[in-house]
Design a protein around this ligand. Structure first.
Ligand code: SF4
Length: 479
């Protein structure tokens, strides 16, 4: 069985987007942008470019370097292009599902790259399939191509805006024709999408860390419900969702876990926000101890904040093995705990004989956290106090984050005391829901449904099965 030890008790990464317009030979720039977004998806990577005459594309499974490390960039020429790194929140791991998807409609070629999860994709796909349309992939993203090809939209003004307005759920889309690039963010603004300037051209990316790496200067975020069009006359903005149709519900979990610490997400630096979470956690759940340690890397900033607020020294208690990659073959699923041990080693000298506070960004199933508490005790810690820089995750996400089902989420069935007992920790403290919003002051417009169960959109049609779009093809064929 091929199992990534990182996936044993973590929410899964999803997808990352990078688009470039008006830059000579865009291929290497897109490669760098995708490289810096690798944390958002490791199953596959793809780039489509255009030179005003043709669309070129290369896609493959694996990491960005696996796919493009030896790329002959003359095969991806042009002054505009879009790229994608994929983690499958819908559809299985197969090459057909790697994006950008490229399709030839009656009036030209479209390349499409998507980050998020469309909650009405099953309905739209079923409607087109009933009408005779053929789908090539198991992804929800493909429905946008069918909407664009549909004469209902194709023959009317503001075709792309009209098609986007039909979609519900979480999406950031990058689209490309032979000579223009488009960027869109759903009406809720679940996922981040930022625009930067590079020379005379533009770069659009899921996170600002990609803008930094390619040398672009941040201009602004794409607004919820906004469609940006980049062409030879510059950048043009319009809205496909306006007024009350725009209901900002930015994913607060981007701040907790997904985004890179050096990115600016929803107007705030991620590292600084996580430090604030750590400070708040120390105020809400103080405890006498000798040392604060983090679960690297995603717990680092919150542990620093906890240490600063509590005045308890911060140490490196776990050392990460960066070479335990996703191709590591676990002997069996039952060996999950050994996989956890291989990923992080305990620094015995730091924890032996000490009362230890260990800070993690989240607890999903609880199996990994439990093993880490055990390891600290085996290494001689006299007390282990677990602190988590987000509230208990009790509900599934339908907007592009691949949490397990409620049954598998430890907080879905246990209260904090029961979880503490399961982890065999001396104490357990989660950041409160109110604490999660402290860094944002009176700002509103966030989604926190995985903590609160309060979903910002209608999810009644969602099966929660990421293979739901593919299972249709297994129906017996009438021949
Ligand atoms: S449910 Fe949670 S993970 Fe999903 S979009 Fe909302 S805050 Fe983000």
């Amino acid at each position: 069985m091929n199992m990534d030890v990182r996936e044993s008790d973590s929410p899964k990464e999803f997808c990352g987007l990078c688009g470039v317009y008006g830059v000579p030979d865009v291929g290497p720039t897109l490669y760098q942008g995708l490289f810096s977004l690798q944390h958002r998806g490791q199953e596959g990577a793809g780039i489509a470019t255009a030179d005003g005459r043709e669309v070129y594309s290369v896609r493959g499974q694996g990491l960005v370097n696996d796919v493009f490390g030896r790329q002959d960039w003359s095969a991806l020429p042009g002054h505009l292009g879009i790229g994608h790194v994929r983690y499958s929140t819908t559809g299985s791991t197969r090459i057909q599902n790697v994006q950008p998807l490229v399709a030839e409609c009656v009036d030209g070629i479209w390349a499409v790259a998507h980050n998020g999860n469309l909650v009405n994709a099953e309905k739209l796909r079923g409607m087109y399939q009933e009408a005779g349309a053929i789908f090539q992939t198991g992804t929800d993203s493909e429905v946008l191509i069918h909407l664009l090809a549909d004469p209902m939209y194709r023959t009317r003004p503001r075709r792309v805006a009209r098609a986007l307005a039909e979609l519900d759920g979480a999406f950031c889309f990058l689209l490309m024709t032979r000579n223009c690039m488009l960027a869109a963010r759903d009406r809720y603004g679940f996922r981040p999408l930022s625009v930067g300037r590079l020379g005379d051209g533009y770069v659009v990316a899921s996170e600002t860390c990609a803008l930094e790496l390619v040398g672009a200067t941040f201009i602004r975020d794409v607004e919820p419900g906004e469609l940006l069009i980049f062409d030879e006359s510059g950048m043009h903005s319009s809205f496909f969702a306006e007024g009350p149709e725009r209901k900002p519900a930015r994913c607060i979990f981007e701040m907790v876990y997904f985004a890179r610490p050096d990115s600016k997400v929803f107007g705030k630096n991620v590292h600084e926000t996580r430090v604030q979470y750590g400070r708040q956690l120390a105020k809400e759940h103080p405890v006498d101890a000798d040392v604060v340690i983090s679960i690297p890397d995603s717990g680092n900033s919150a542990a620093l904040g906890y240490s600063m607020e509590s005045k308890i020294p911060l140490e490196h208690g776990f050392i990460r093995n960066h070479y335990v990659g996703r191709t590591f073959i676990m002997p069996s699923q039952g060996d999950r705990s050994r996989g956890v041990d291989m990923k992080l080693a305990v620094l015995r000298e730091v924890v032996k004989g000490k009362r230890v506070i260990v800070v993690d960004d989240s607890v999903v199933r609880g199996t990994t956290a439990r093993r880490r508490v055990q390891r600290l005790r085996e290494a001689g810690a006299t007390e282990v106090h677990m602190r988590v820089s987000c509230p208990p995750i009790k509900h599934p996400c339908f907007y592009g984050i691949d949490f397990p089902t409620s049954d598998e989420l430890i907080a879905g069935g246990m209260d904090v005391d029961e979880i503490c007992a399961y982890l065999e920790a001396d104490s357990l403290g989660y950041l409160s829901l109110e604490g999660l919003f402290v860094p944002f002051g009176s700002e509103h417009g966030f989604c926190s449904a995985c903590f609160s169960g309060d979903y910002p959109s209608d999810i009644s049609g969602m099966s929660g099965d990421k293979h739901a779009l593919e299972s249709r093809s297994e129906l017996p064929l009438n021949i």
